[in-house]
Each structure stands twice: as structure tokens, then as C-alpha cells.
Design a protein around this ligand. Structure first.
Ligand code: ATP
Ligand code: MG
Ligand code: MG
Length: 562
């Protein structure tokens, strides 16, 4: 059997870290937030401890929720899966369409090597077994944005199977404890994306844009191992980070490069799994979590009211916060015509991959793909990066998550570390609390910040050398934000923020403060622990934050005991 011709293409550059939507981190359990017809709070979902589950009352059934995801990731490639058309987000409609993408008779698919390599790399990173032989199939359905009347996918023998995805959830007091969970990966298949239907409500017409038709997708099918929206959203975020670290997908959910179908069912523990519904096309982690939790509760209420769950596809109405049955082509999941639905793709021979041991002698490296070579090129994965950060800098696990969760933040942090003598923990606290706080307040990305890593490093050096107090450092940081181009040292000298080095002068200030506040001095002498802090605060105020609190304390204690 001959391997299909491979069309070479350069790798897309996409090394940015994911911008993670953390708003569902504190997502509530499936038992809350239900808004449809059923009565609220009558039944209970057997859930992971991280979720707020209501306690079951005597005589009531417990429900277990089951969630399985199908995740579609657009492959980062310059051209489409089977044609040479370019891939660009937001290009003018129908400007990136080849004859093959428009299904003109006589056109044939030519497999894009880059897409195959991306699938193998993703499979290896997700601990999958890579099938050395995989097959392409046609999946038939009729819809205006699918000109061929079928999608080329891998139904019978996909490129990668039996993997796993580990993801971590933060639990406990202040989310300090990190628990790692694993979801099994059933398969990863290569397939084509469809075109887009653009509905023009004004003129009551639907227009078709085929720019997306034929773009390479990786469908990652997860086993039904999860049990709530929070878990699903966290697993998807981890996958997003992995794809971005690999460079196999930009995985930007807002741009539709990562879309999730959530399959949901409920059952009584110990009994067979329930009938699933499928909520299609979720493109935000927050909506994914909300849709799943809503759907779990809807199903429980339906069943408790004596109704049946239909094996149907639904969509999430994010404005109303509920799922509704779909009315279009996806609405019917009635595969009575299963045999007609799929057939082998006659124009694509089996896809054959090799490892170093099985590589035919004298094979043209442009025409074969060596799995071992790809394995060697696997970059560091997010879980490894986090582990390294914890080991290298002694930072807390949740801080390692936070550093990876914002695009460009890890790089920023590492550049600051390179240029400062301040402790890594100090740098972490400044980057995560102060720097990130400023960015969020102003709705800016890391690369839009007027404060560069070198500038922050210089500021932290001033703090480390005790040239300024931490309160003054915060003032300088605010000023840096306003006056781009100024250095921390300039601001410090302009505003006279240097710490007082003249100990005698400081002694005089401490003495004056004590004289002016005899009651506080009395309280301190009687052993009131708060009173000394009050005195320190007063001295700091008088010195406009220019005195080192530790030195003030030493002087005060000396004067109090004399
Ligand atoms: N009882 C169940 N409850 C929840 N999820 C389930 C259940 N049974 C299967 N699943 C999940 O449903 C998904 C099935 O995906 P798969 O791609 O195999 O089939 P499909 O949804 O029928 O096909 P299509 O790709 O056309 O949507 C998997 O993610 C799986 O984990
Ligand atoms: Mg599927
Ligand atoms: Mg499905």
C-alpha cells in the first residue's frame, strides 16, 4: 500500500501561552444556578468534593453526572488539510478558497504534511498510541457550508488512540491545595473544518463563507471521565496550554480555533450510564462550565419529573444561561442511516507512518514521517514548566499555574528574574499581585504594558538594596505606569523617596513621635503588641514612607527600654 503524497508546508509560529479565563474557577456545582421548569434543589449530584454540593436528605436519590468532551482544535498551519489555500482568521469572505475547497468536480485531496506532523506531535504529548496506519473516511451530511456533501474525517482508524490528559484543580482554603486528575483520551482524528454560514437577519438571507472549509482540525475525543463543568473547563484549559506549547494549534477560543462539544448524562451510581445530550460548539471555558452544570441539573429535573432524556444535540444560550435543542443540521443525532453516513474516502490511500526501526531504506525524508523524530522534538509541556518553576524558584504551586495562565507572563517573570537580585518569591509576588493587578484593571495584555521587565527589575533592585521602602516602591510603580520612559531611579530622586540613611535624624523623629504620643508609649510598655506598630506607622507618616520599618522598630525598642 502506498502512502499518500504529502504536501510540505512551513510550521506556523505560535509559542504564546494561553490567556486563561479564570472566571469559572470558583464555579458552583451542578446543583446550583438552575433556572428551568423543575423544582430547585430536590435532588443531588454525586460530585467531586471541590464543588458545592448540597447534602442529600434521607430517602432522596443521589445522581452522578458524567461528562465527555469532543474538542476541535484548528491546526496551526499555513495551508488547509487537503488543499494549498491559505489559512487566515478574519480574511475577506471567500478569499481563501481553492477549487478543491469548493468541491469542483475533478479536484483531488493532497494531504498536508504539517497537519499530520501536528497530529502526531499532539498525540505523543497526550500519551497516545500513534497508529502507524490510519484511514480517511467521508462523513456525509447535507448543509450549505459543506459543498462536497461530506466531511473527510477519520472514523474507522484514527491517527492516535488511548491517551490521557492530566489537569489540576485548586481546592481547599484559598485554593492552596492542588489536586491532579486524569481524563482518558479515546482518540485523536484528523478532519476538515466546514465553511461558515453567515445569517443576515436584515435581509432574511444566509450567506456562505468557505474560507474555513477544509482547514485542518484535530478532534480530540475524551472518555466520559469527568463529572462537572469545572473539571471540563480545567481540562480544556490544560489542553489549550499544551497545544500552544507544542505550536500545533493557536487554540484561541475567542477566534474559534478551539471549540468544544460537551456530552452530558446523569445516572444513579452503580447503574448503567444515562442517555447523553450533546451541547455543541462551546467556545469559551466559562460558557463550557456553565452549560454543563446547567445541563446536568436540567436532566436531573426532567428525570425526577418522570420525563425522558432525549439523545439530542443542544446549544447554549449564553444570554439566558440555559441549553436549548438545536434546530439545524446538528439537531438530529438519529444515526439510523449510519451505514450511509460514513464510507471510506476513495481518493486518499491509508496514511502510513514510520518509526526509526520501520523506516524503509533510502526513503525520501520529505515523503515519510518518522514518529521517533517528532518525539525527539517535543518541547517542554506546561506541567513540566510548572514543576521546574516550583523546583527552581521555590514558588507555590498555585503561583506556577498563574504564571502560565496569562499570555507572555512567564517570559516577563523570567526576564525580571534575570536582571534582578531580588528573591524569586519577591519577584513572583510583584509580578502576580501588583503587575498583573495593574494590567487587569486597565484590561491590557502583558505585551502592552508600559513597564518592561528591565524597569521592574531595576525597581526591585532598589527595594532589595534598601534604597526605598516597599511602600515607596509601590508609589514608583504607579508613577512608572503614568510616565513612560522614566526610570525608577529618576522617579525616586525626583520625588525624594530614598530611605533615610541618617540614623541620628531618624532617632530624633522617633523621639519626637514618642513624646507626642505618651498614651501609645504607655500601651507599648504595658505589652500591647499593636501599640509598637502604631508608633512605627506614625514615624513612617512623618518621614513620608522614607524610613525603613525594621530600622524604626529597632530604634523605638532601644528608646523604649532606656
Ligand atoms: N453516557 C455518556 N454520558 C456522557 N458522555 C458520554 C456518554 N457516552 C459517551 N460519551 C461521550 O460522548 C462523546 C462521543 O464522541 P464521538 O466522537 O465518539 O461520537 P459522536 O458524538 O456520536 O460523533 P460526532 O463526532 O459526530 O459528534 C465522547 O466524548 C464520550 O466520552
Ligand atoms: Mg466526535
Ligand atoms: Mg459528538
Amino acid at each position: 500500500m502506498a502512502a499518500p503524497m504529502l504536501r510540505g508546508c512551513c510550521l506556523g509560529r505560535c509559542w504564546a501561552l494561553a490567556c486563561i479565563d479564570s472566571s469559572s474557577r470558583h464555579g458552583r456545582g451542578a446543583a446550583t444556578g438552575f433556572t428551568s421548569s423543575g423544582k430547585r434543589g430536590q435532588s443531588f449530584v454525586a460530585q467531586q468534593p471541590l464543588l458545592t454540593a448540597q447534602k442529600s436528605r434521607k430517602g432522596e436519590h443521589k445522581w452522578a453526572a458524567v461528562v465527555g468532551l469532543e474538542i476541535h482544535a484548528q491546526i496551526a498551519s499555513n495551508s488547509k488539510l487537503f488543499s494549498g489555500s491559505q489559512v487566515h482568521f478574519a480574511a475577506p469572505p471567500n478569499s481563501l478558497v481553492s477549487f478543491f475547497d469548493a468541491s469542483l468536480p475533478g479536484t483531488l485531496p493532497v494531504l498536508n504534511r504539517r497537519c499530520v506532523e501536528a497530529a502526531v506531535m499532539t498525540g505523543l504529548a497526550l500519551n497516545c498510541h500513534i497508529n502507524k496506519k490510519s484511514l480517511f473516511d467521508r462523513k456525509h451530511y447535507f448543509y450549505a457550508d459543506l459543498p462536497a456533501g461530506y466531511q473527510i474525517t477519520q472514523q474507522r482508524l484514527p491517527i492516535a488512540v488511548n491517551g490521557s490528559l492530566a489537569y489540576s484543580v485548586c481546592v481547599g482554603k484559598k485554593w492552596r491545595q492542588v489536586i491532579t486528575k486524569t481524563v482518558r483520551i479515546k482518540q485523536i482524528q484528523l478532519e476538515q473544518d466546514s465553511g461558515k454560514s453567515l445569517h443576515d437577519e436584515l435581509r432574511s438571507q444566509t450567506l456562505i463563507d468557505l474560507n474555513r472549509a477544509g482547514v485542518g482540525l484535530l478532534e480530540v475525543v475524551l472518555e466520559p471521565d469527568m463529572s462537572c463543568g469545572e473539571e471540563a473547563a480545567t481540562a480544556v484549559r490544560e489542553l489549550q496550554l499544551i497545544l500552544q506549547a507544542l505550536g500545533t494549534s493557536q487554540a484561541n477560543m475567542a477566534e474559534g480555533q478551539l471549540r468544544v462539544d460537551a456530552n452530558i448524562s446523569v445516572h444513579h451510581p452503580g447503574e448503567p450510564l444515562g442517555v447523553r445530550t450533546e451541547v455543541k460548539n462551546l467556545n469559551s471555558a466559562r460558557f463550557l462550565a456553565r452549560a454543563i452544570d446547567y445541563e446536568i441539573q436540567r436532566q436531573i429535573n426532567e428525570l425526577e419529573n418522570g420525563c425522558e432524556i432525549l439523545n439530542e444535540t443542544r446549544s447554549f444560550d449564553y444570554k439566558l444561561g440555559c441549553t436549548v435543542p438545536m434546530r439545524d443540521k446538528e439537531g438530529k443525532q438519529d444515526y439510523r442511516w449510519l451505514l450511509l453516513l460514513f464510507m471510506p474516502e476513495p481518493n486518499l490511500p491509508p496514511l502510513l507512518l514510520y518509526d526509526t526501526a520501520s523506516l524503509p531504506a533510502g526513503a525520501d525524508p520529505q515523503q515519510v514521517i518518522n514518529i521517533d523524530r517528532i518525539q525527539e522534538q517535543l518541547p517542554e509541556l506546561p506541567s513540566e514548566t510548572r514543576e521546574k518553576l516550583i523546583q527552581q524558584y521555590g514558588i507555590l504551586p498555585e503561583h506556577s499555574f498563574a504564571l502560565l495562565n496569562e499570555v507572555g507572563l512567564l517570559e516577563f517573570f523570567q526576564n525580571v528574574i534575570k536582571e534582578t537580585r531580588a528573591e524569586p518569591k519577591k519577584v513572583t509576588s510583584w509580578v502576580l499581585n501588583i503587575f498583573l493587578g495593574f494590567l487587569k484593571q486597565r484590561n491590557l495584555a502583558v505585551n502592552e504594558s508600559p513597564v518592561t521587565p528591565s524597569v521592574l527589575a531595576e525597581l526591585l533592585n532598589l527595594l532589595d538594596r534598601k534604597v526605598i521602602s516597599s511602600a515607596a516602591a509601590k508609589q514608583v510603580f504607579e508613577e512608572l505606569w503614568r510616565s513612560k520612559g522614566k526610570t525608577p531611579s529618576q522617579i525616586v530622586s525626583e520625588r525624594k523617596l530614598e530611605l533615610m540613611q541618617d540614623e541620628e535624624a531618624l532617632e530624633r523623629v522617633c523621639h519626637a513621635v514618642m513624646e507626642g504620643h505618651p498614651q501609645v508609649v504607655m500601651d507599648t510598655k504595658r505589652g500591647n503588641p499593636r501599640a509598637i506598630n502604631k508608633l512605627i506607622g506614625l514615624v513612617r507618616k512623618v518621614t513620608h514612607n522614607r524610613a525603613d520599618p525594621t530600622v524604626i522598630k529597632e530604634i523605638l525598642e532601644k528608646q523604649l527600654s532606656s
